[in-house]
Design a protein around this ligand. Structure first.
Ligand code: MSP
Length: 507
């Protein structure tokens, strides 16, 4: 089965921050998990380079928008590798191969009768690059997200006939209750549709930095259409000479933050329908990372609000695994959640270092202490197998349903149960009685096998540390990451390595 997972593409007018990292990490967990299950996965991320903010910032700096985009895109290109994300391609919307394909799709939309000339008059948020409908305007004519005053815009544009899709979108949401997940976000999108859809600008006449409208080169394509189309255009040119659209389109999951729901849940399927393309399987919506601002109030973490944690600093100090784990554990996926340095350190120490790291190192060191490092092949404790073996199926179901935090909690029940097993069995006491040698072997094999299985399940979240652990437990050959191996088997009969401390205390 093929799966296609995407992140939103990032505006290049700001530096990467933790909110961006969060989206990438969640998407990467899905991608890695499906690859473990042997599925054919394509994982896309990239940068959204056109539009007003970039043009204005470039003007201020006295450089061309392309030069500024090149410089800032490079910072986002380092984000994935630093997070240990496994993207297959990084798209930049200023890439001429994208530009050309955006033009082709829009020509088709026009030929199908969904484009007309008109005049836009209304509110506009330059930060969201969003034409706000009256119901989206906050008090004082402000942007509900950025809190800045909206500008009143009037311009002659080409329009996309969104209103023509009123019924088809209602039908889509009625037929596919999980098109947008979680249900709260689906309901929000449905309510927007029910208020009645209006046509939206397809182009901007006041801007030069963008994709030229092919039939009217005095105008550029409104940046959101250009940006959304990245999800299809990328497949055509990600691999030189191999158009992969048929293999991967429609996308399995577009992972997005809740602030860009309207574009993905409403504009995007309508545009695809207008172009005669299939709509994606799911839009998977996450909440905001919140952080206390100067007044002590928890608000959306954002560069412009001045309350950001730098993902690169955390990675330098604790490694990417720790950051990946923290974000998916602390902020229940789909909801908003507060993050802080203190909260990070607490989870790092109590869950990563104590619950998981300590379980692994105790288990490995007991094998060295009592059995010279050799794990016997034995039958495993059936009570533990009954708890650990079903985890893989539950985790797979939860990931397929777009719930990576719930899946992580499922795995953690296994980690906790194994810790409890150590306490219950007290192998150090059994080891004192030579008559109980077989019993000790069963306990040690069960433990090591249990650690192996939870490490396998944790691999998408903690790719570096679990890979090292799995190698330690199987030093003679290549570690087996496949999902089929996520069951207790008791098959050893060889010596394991010693384990380096997995999550050392930071200095
Ligand atoms: N360029 C558009 C997306 C176009 S997709 C066709 C955009 N870019 S962005 O850089 O502003 O944001 C990218 C993603 O980061 C969004 O999904 C947004 O929700 C997410 N985050 C930015 N700040 C965030 C938090 N504080 N918390 C969680 N995610 C947030 O929007």
């Amino acid at each position: 089965m093929s799966r296609y997972v995407t992140t939103p593409i990032f505006y290049v007018n700001a530096a990467p921050h933790l909110g961006h990292a969060y989206t990438v990490i969640a998407s990467d967990v899905l991608a890695r998990h499906w690859r473990q299950r042997g599925e054919d996965v394509f994982f896309l991320t990239g940068t959204d380079e056109h539009g007003e903010p970039v043009a204005l910032a470039a003007e201020k700096l006295g450089v061309t928008p392309q030069a500024l985009a090149d410089q800032n895109a490079a910072r986002f290109q380092t984000l994935g590798p630093r997070l240990n994300a496994s993207e297959d391609f990084f798209i930049r919307t200023s890439d001429p191969r994208h530009v050309q394909r955006v033009q082709e799709v829009l020509e088709r939309v026009k030929a199908n009768g969904y484009v007309e000339k008109g005049t836009y008059e209304g509110w506009y948020c330059p930060r969201c690059a969003d034409f706000k409908t009256e119901s989206e305007v906050a008090e004082g004519n402000r942007c509900p997200i950025h809190k800045i005053e909206l500008t009143r815009e009037q311009e002659d544009n080409w329009f996309f006939k969104l209103s023509a899709f009123q019924e088809r979108l209602e039908q889509l949401f009625a037929d596919r209750p999980d098109f947008v997940m979680p249900p709260r976000s689906a309901n929000e999108a449905k309510a927007f549709i029910e208020r009645g859809l209006h046509d939206v600008s397809l182009s901007r006449s006041k801007l030069r930095w963008g994709v030229p409208v092919p039939w009217d080169t005095d105008q550029v394509v409104y940046v959101w259409w250009d940006a959304l189309l990245n999800y299809v255009t990328a497949l055509a040119f990600a691999e030189e000479g191999n158009d992969q659209t048929d293999t991967y389109w429609p996308a399995t999951f577009h992972v997005i933050g809740k602030d860009i729901l309207k574009f993905h849940a409403i504009y995007w399927p309508a545009l695809l329908m207008a172009a005669g393309l299939e709509v994606p399987d799911h839009i998977l919506v996450h909440g905001f990372l919140l952080m206390k601002d100067a007044s002590g109030e928890e608000t959306k973490m954002s560069k412009s609000l001045g309350n950001v944690l730098d993902p690169f600093e955390i990675i330098d100090k604790y490694g990417a695994d720790a950051l990946r784990f923290y974000l998916l554990r602390e902020v229940s996926f789909g909801q908003d959640g507060g993050v802080s340095v203190d909260g990070f350190v607490t989870r790092y120490e109590s869950e990563l270092a104590n619950d998981f790291g300590n379980l692994a190192s105790r288990s490995v060191s007991m094998v060295h202490r009592y059995r010279d490092g050799v794990v016997k092949s034995t039958s495993v404790d059936p009570e533990i197998a009954a708890i650990i073996d079903p985890l893989a199926a539950t985790v797979a179901e939860q990931i397929d349903a777009g719930a990576p935090s719930a899946a992580l909690e499922t795995i953690w029940t296994g980690v906790r149960r194994l810790n409890q097993y150590v306490e219950e069995q007290a192998p150090w006491a059994i080891a004192k009685d030579p008559e109980r040698a077989d019993e000790l072997d069963t306990v040690l094999t069960t433990l090591i096998d249990g650690v192996r299985v939870v490490a396998l399940l944790l691999y998408p979240y903690l790719p570096a540390s679990t890979a090292a652990l799995l190698q330690t437990l199987n030093p003679g050959s290549e570690a087996d990451f496949s999902y089929d191996a996520a069951k207790l088997r008791g098959e050893f009969g060889f010596a394991i390595d010693k384990l380096e401390p997995m999550f050392p205390k930071a200095i």
